[in-house]
Design a protein around this ligand. Structure first.
Ligand SMILES: Cc1cc2nc3c(=O)[nH]c(=O)nc-3n(C[C@H](O)[C@H](O)[C@H](O)COP(=O)(O)OP(=O)(O)OC[C@H]3O[C@@H](n4cnc5c(N)ncnc54)[C@H](O)[C@@H]3O)c2cc1C
Length: 596
């Protein structure tokens, strides 16, 4: 069975040197966050991920979750693992201390999220959704809702879900039909939701559903949607779960991957109506839900990273073990392991270099989230929030698309064995495939980037980002590292492409929105590759500085070589995407509907 060992050294490097842990430690509430503390947390998380969660991944895939007369039962071992996860405080790692959380920066939590997802993506989805529910309640819930529900959600004793999708309302939530009828201090909810992740299970003693529904006289469309909290068990006066609410899982889907994560059809109000409490204001449910969705989108981006890392580890171990063929140009002598073949090297480095770029990009953005929440200077908070708003769709879209590509390469490295269940490589690909779909498909992320994030401020957040990238390009010019010219040249090309593509999008979006949206996924991928190149260049500079100050660790040399591979073999994809972006809709709309 394939093992998972968390890449703690790289995580620690990214956290301290690229994401700037020191800056975070200067923020109010984070005074005690030192590199030693972070290392200790990562080491412990790595043990849980490697020793407890990872061994359940393959059996969980084979067995799946099951719907019984008593509700959904998780695959064997999951409930016990979840108990351990909760008892050891992992659910509340980044949670607010006011509600019992440990209050560590989201940056540290990001590394833990990567580990849970590498180890067992199905399992990781449960705390991922709970975290999103916590954020939405904290941001928009009444004092009463917060004090009643947050402590148990933060501890993980209760789990959270997100109930948006209905058969006719997927990407387009304006079509939501679930109804909410006022009744005293609460509402009665009636309707059906589909595809609800961990919508029911036996791992937590209560489940807190966040549900989008319409009030009787609500306006049509997205302006008429409100957000409700619907617990599986109503909460008694002593705060513990009491009477069963009128909500149940009607069925669970058979599906391509994440078999151990139940995807539920949820039925609200088959009898008297499910008791629900309004979160925030009436008819403002969608913006409130976006608090949850943005948090979840960042985490799903990290999920792409996590599953890619797991696929890479399996491929690397297999490539060092599988003997096939002889070194290039030799017809006799010992046969070698496949890692000696140039094309296998290419695949492994394509996986490794993009994973490291995604990790750096994702964690740096997690630090921006912390700074946007906690920086004492409002101007700085605003600046970091703009960065987060701009890059969240890129993190979600780019990292999940790469997650699929990397998991697919993982299958390829295994050859025929990759297609056979035993190695696990096929499961990683199946599991990875959902990440570009849920929490807003790649097309939706790209549309958000181009249609809202870029255009609402006329590209000013992107201009600031490009300026920061240029400063790294300049620093590479002053570096005596033999690899710097190649990395610099490639980064400069990527930045030029990003600048020109941005200019094109901004000019086009108002004049011809179809053209801009037809180009949006290419633009989003281009942005992702350049963001990755920017971070890998920073990583190479940091590694060079370490070597210059006498550190002699293979890690630093490996980092520089990996950054150079990214610069030469991956980042040029950004420049290749530029003409694709610019050609916009000219060919995309060349066919009439009947011609398809
Ligand atoms: C395993 C699984 C778990 C899920 N978990 C949850 C959950 O916990 N909670 C929840 O509420 N939902 C959940 N979902 C639902 C998920 O979020 C939706 O499936 C997703 O948002 C896409 O909606 P859809 O399936 O209706 O596809 P559609 O919206 O029908 O999209 C089909 C295609 O059209 C494209 N498209 C649609 N509209 C546009 C547009 N405006 N611009 C560009 N392209 C567009 C899409 O990109 C896609 O390629 C889950 C789904 C699955 C499969």
């Amino acid at each position: 069975m394939p093992n998972y060992r968390a890449p703690v050294q790289d995580m620690q490097f990214v956290i301290t040197e690229l994401a700037g842990l020191e800056r975070l430690a200067a923020l109010p509430g984070y005074e005690e966050v030192t590199p030693d503390l972070v290392e200790a947390v990562l080491e412990e998380a790595a043990k849980l991920a490697g020793d407890v969660l990872a061994p359940l991944n393959q059996p969980g895939d084979e067995q799946g979750a099951a719907l019984t007369k008593d509700g959904v039962v998780a695959a064997d071992g999951f409930a016990a693992a979840y108990r351990r996860f909760v008892e050891n405080g992992w659910n509340g790692l980044g949670g607010d201390p006011e509600y019992g959380g440990q209050g560590l920066p989201g940056l540290t939590a990001a590394a833990a999220v990567e580990m849970w997802n590498s180890a067992n993506m199905s399992f990781a989805l449960c705390p991922l959704l709970t975290a999103g529910a916590m954020e939405a309640i904290k941001a928009h819930g009444s004092h009463e809702l917060k004090s009643r529900f947050l402590p148990k959600l933060v501890s993980g004793e209760w789990a959270g879900t997100m109930n948006l999708t209905e058969p006719q309302a997927g990407s387009d939530l304006s079509a939501v039909r679930t109804r909410a009828v006022p009744e005293g201090d609460h509402y009665r909810i009636f309707g059906q939701k589909i595809f609800i992740t961990w919508g029911d299970h036996d791992m937590a003693e209560n489940i807190v559903h966040l549900v989008l529904a319409r009030l009787p006289d609500a306006p049509e469309g997205t302006r008429g949607i409100s957000l409700f909290l619907v617990p599986k068990f109503l909460v008694g006066p002593d705060g513990s779960p009491a009477e069963r609410n009128d909500v149940l899982c009607a069925s669970i889907e058979r599906k391509f991957g994440i078999h151990a994560s139940p995807t539920c059809v949820m039925s609200f109000g088959e009898k008297e109506g499910a008791v629900g409490y309004l979160v925030g204001r009436e008819n403002e449910g969608l913006p409130h839900m976006f608090t949850m969705m943005n948090e979840a989108r960042q985490k799903v981006g990290l999920q792409g990273l996590g599953i890619a890392e797991r696929a890479y580890q399996a491929a690397r171990d297999y490539a060092k073990d599988r003997v096939q063929g002889r070194p290039v140009g030799q017809r006799s002598g010992d046969r070698v392991t496949i890692i000696h073949h140039p094309d296998v090297r290419r695949m492994l480095l394509t996986m490794k270099s993009q994973i490291e770029a995604m990790r750096a990009f994702g964690y740096v953005l997690a630090a921006d989230v912390d700074l946007a929440h906690k920086h004492p200077d409002p101007a700085e908070r605003h600046r970091h929030q703009k960065r987060v708003d701009l890059l969240t769709p890129v993190l979600k879209g780019w990292c999940t698309e790469l997650g699929v590509e990397i998991a697919s390469l993982g299958v390829q490295v295994h050859g025929g064995m990759g297609y056979i269940d035993e190695t696990g490589a096929a499961q990683y690909l199946r599991d990875a495939r959902i990440a570009p779909i849920y929490e807003g498909t790649t097309g939706i992320q790209a549309g958000d980037l181009v249609g809202r994030k870029l255009s609402t401020d006329n590209g000013s957040a992107m201009t600031e980002l490009i300026e920061e990238m240029r400063a790294v390009e300049d620093r590479l010019g002053g570096s005596d590292n033999a690899d710097s010219p190649a990395i610099r040249e490639s980064l400069a090309g990527g930045i030029r492409a990003l600048e020109q593509a941005t200019e094109w999008v901004l000019q086009t979006i108002r004049r011809d929105p179809n053209a801009a949206l037809a180009a949006s996924v290419s633009y989003m991928m281009l942005t992702g590759y350049v963001c990755g190149g920017w971070q890998m260049a920073r990583a190479a500079l940091a590694a060079r500085a370490r070597l210059g100050s006498g550190a002699d660790d293979g890690f630093w040399r490996t980092k520089i070589a990996t950054a150079r591979f990214y610069a030469e073999q991956i980042l040029p994809k950004a420049s290749a995407l530029l003409p694709i972006v610019r050609s916009g809709a000219s060919t995309t709309f060349a066919l009439d509907e009947e011609q398809f």
